[in-house]
Design a protein around this ligand. Structure first.
Ligand SMILES: *[C@@H]1O[C@H](CO)[C@@H](O)[C@H](O)[C@H]1NC(C)=O
Ligand SMILES: *[C@@H]1O[C@H](CO)[C@@H](O)[C@H](O)[C@H]1NC(C)=O
Ligand SMILES: *[C@@H]1O[C@H](CO)[C@@H](O)[C@H](O)[C@H]1NC(C)=O
Ligand SMILES: *[C@@H]1O[C@H](CO)[C@@H](O)[C@H](O)[C@H]1NC(C)=O
Ligand SMILES: *[C@@H]1O[C@H](CO)[C@@H](O)[C@H](O)[C@H]1NC(C)=O
Ligand SMILES: *[C@@H]1O[C@H](CO)[C@@H](O)[C@H](O)[C@H]1NC(C)=O
Ligand SMILES: *[C@@H]1O[C@H](CO)[C@@H](O)[C@H](O)[C@H]1NC(C)=O
Length: 501
């Protein structure tokens, strides 16, 4: 009866945050990465910043399009960092009479029962006389709509050479709020008053803006506190290129000084490029931390083709941050195959698995480019095609893909209904078997398959990870995409994980 009453309250006040906090599982999200795949949501987004409101995780990104199209912000919420809900148009220029375009890099925070979203708009330049800069939106709910409580930018001009964009907002344990911001390679810190919509002063002489620019700083600052230490993170390099990256400093004061310690997130030519402009999530009551950032998929060259990703962030005992490894995993628990491209094969996600119909050569690929790799996945031949003659498994170092049988260059490991595991290579139409081993194969049984490829040494393991079932040498293909494939049978795939050896 108590449960019914609680649900009725939710129905009467359909706040998404309240609903998610009631429905949220009590399990602590303790992952190595986004185990259900990066990007963790679909669409072009960048510059994510994060909040945790009443048991729900929120991510607020820039909409990654041309400046004139950047007139709105969307947000994403999740009870578990796996299942995400998109909230469209939570803040739009229609509610800010001074903002017209280039709405960038939102920063969320809650105080006194109100939700605040700070953002940059209009991309003003140092000599401009146009209105623009850092604005603040206010709402009763995390998902907005956000309204303009002051009718003008909160910071509307350059100070200390810092373009008024890319703010991060932080409330210290003593209740003092700070804003860190700045584009064009200069960073300032300001205090925010308790109302969160006006600037405070930093010292008795009335200083409002203090320059804190760390070495190599470009833009996108972020502040968080862990174990009494203040961490300032920021982005380096150009956002439109591959070498955009995240570095950080540690300080005993929220006002610095901020001495650069190290770069901790950067491109990996096997996974993604342009990885930067981050937020951070700390699972409340734990020392579990995630870095949430944007990156550009390997096959994309358009600057705005940026996607949202997160990975685990680990600390050393001295409080320094370990380099972040962008892991490649997908357990399909989020019910989608965002990040995969399919070529025939009727791929879909069902019951937390990637499923394929019985095509003659259907393939689904990740936008990766590993050379040496350890590739793990679970492969199940569908019990719906028990008498079929065919195979299903993993492809790696794949290029030149077309739809159809063997229409690619690369390697394939298949579990075959004929009672064996095979390894071979396709050369854009022809197939050469490189090795095979007999094993008992039953439709409906899940087989853990591992490929270990080191230069020309290709090892295949099934179930028994101590001894390779196939061990051959072939130097035809050095790099390319990784994925899954079916040939003549329906199959399902799960727990994909691809890493460097
Ligand atoms: C997270 O998982 C790791 C390994 O599975 C475990 O050692 C650790 O205690 C877990 N942490 C929390 C806070 O649950
Ligand atoms: C959490 O929910 C309570 C009750 O709805 C609300 O008063 C409070 O402001 C919320 N806190 C945050 C951080 O969202
Ligand atoms: C917190 O800092 C203290 C020293 O100030 C250190 O002894 C302790 O190990 C740190 N805790 C964590 C979780 O790093
Ligand atoms: C891709 O196809 C082109 C044209 O057929 C060919 O020249 C090239 O060698 C192929 N790539 C690989 C890695 O085989
Ligand atoms: C694979 O075969 C090579 C050559 O026979 C051998 O040297 C190597 O130890 C084998 N690797 C494994 C993991 O069995
Ligand atoms: C993949 O990596 C290889 C080197 O291993 C490189 O030659 C190739 O250009 C890369 N392909 C893409 C699409 O980045
Ligand atoms: C495979 O993934 C499922 C969820 O999709 C999970 O329940 C299972 O534990 C995973 N198995 C392994 C070996 O990781």
């Amino acid at each position: 009866m108590k449960k019914m009453a609680a649900l009725q309250v939710v129905m009467a006040q359909p706040s998404i945050a309240a609903m998610a906090s009631i429905l949220a599982p009590s399990v602590v999200p303790n992952y190595t990465t986004s185990e259900s795949g990066n990007p963790f949501v679909d669409g072009w987004y960048a510059d994510p910043d994060c909040a945790q409101y009443n048991g729900t995780y929120w991510v607020y990104p820039t909409s990654s399009y041309d400046y004139d199209q950047q007139t709105y912000l969307d947000a994403f919420s999740s009870p578990d960092l796996v299942h995400w809900t998109r909230h469209a148009d939570i803040l739009t220029t229609a509610n800010f009479n001074w903002a017209t375009r280039a709405v960038w890099a939102p920063a969320p925070i809650a105080r006194n029962g109100k939700y605040y979203l700070y953002f940059g708009a209009n991309d003003i330049q140092e000599t401009d006389t146009i209105v623009g800069g850092i604005g603040v939106g206010m709402s009763d709910r995390p998902e907005g709509p956000y309204f303009d409580p002051i009718g003008e930018p909160l910071i509307g001009a350059y100070r200390n050479g810092a373009q008024p964009i890319d703010q991060a907002v932080f409330i210290d344990d003593d209740g003092q709020a700070y804003m860190y911001y700045g584009g064009h390679s200069h960073a300032n810190v300001v205090k925010l008053n308790e109302d969160m919509i006006s600037l405070g002063i930093l010292d008795s002489s009335g200083t409002q803006f203090k320059e804190i620019t760390p070495t190599n700083y470009v833009e996108g600052p972020l502040m968080f506190k862990r174990n009494g230490t203040y961490y300032l993170m920021w982005s380096e390099g150009g956002w439109g290129g591959p070498d955009y990256a995240v570095s950080y400093a540690m300080s005993s004061s929220p006002l610095g000084p901020f001495d650069r310690v190290a770069k901790i997130l950067q491109q990996d030519p096997a996974v993604a490029v342009g990885s930067g402009h981050n937020g951070v999530i700390n699972v409340p009551g734990t020392d579990i931390w995630y870095i949430v950032y944007h990156r550009r998929p390997l096959s994309e060259t358009e600057e705005n083709h940026r996607v949202l990703a997160y990975d685990r962030m680990y600390f050393n005992v001295d409080g320094t941050i370990r380099p972040v490894v962008m892991l490649v995993k997908d357990n399909f628990e989020d019910g989608n195959m965002v990040g995969w491209t399919d070529y025939g094969g009727c791929f879909a996600v069902s019951n937390g698995e990637l499923t394929a119909g019985p095509s003659l050569g259907g393939m689904a690929l990740l936008d990766t480019n590993f050379t040496d790799l350890v590739y793990d996945a679970d492969v199940t031949i569908s019990p719906l095609s028990p008498s079929a003659d065919g195979n299903a498994g993993l492809v790696f170092r794949v290029t030149n893909v077309t739809v159809g049988a063997d229409g690619y260059n690369g390697y394939y490991v298949g579990i075959a209904t004929a009672g064996q595991v095979i390894l071979g290579k396709a050369d854009g139409g022809g197939w050469t078997q490189l090795g095979s081993a007999s094993m008992s194969v039953t439709a409906g049984t899940q087989y853990h398959v591992r490929v270990r490829a080191m230069e020309s040494e290709l090892l295949v393991y099934v179930e028994d990870m101590a001894w390779p079932k196939i061990n051959v040498t072939d130097a035809s293909y050095q790099g390319g995409q990784d994925g899954v494939r079916v040939h003549g049978v329906a199959a399902s795939f799960d727990n994909v994980s691809i890493a460097k050896p």
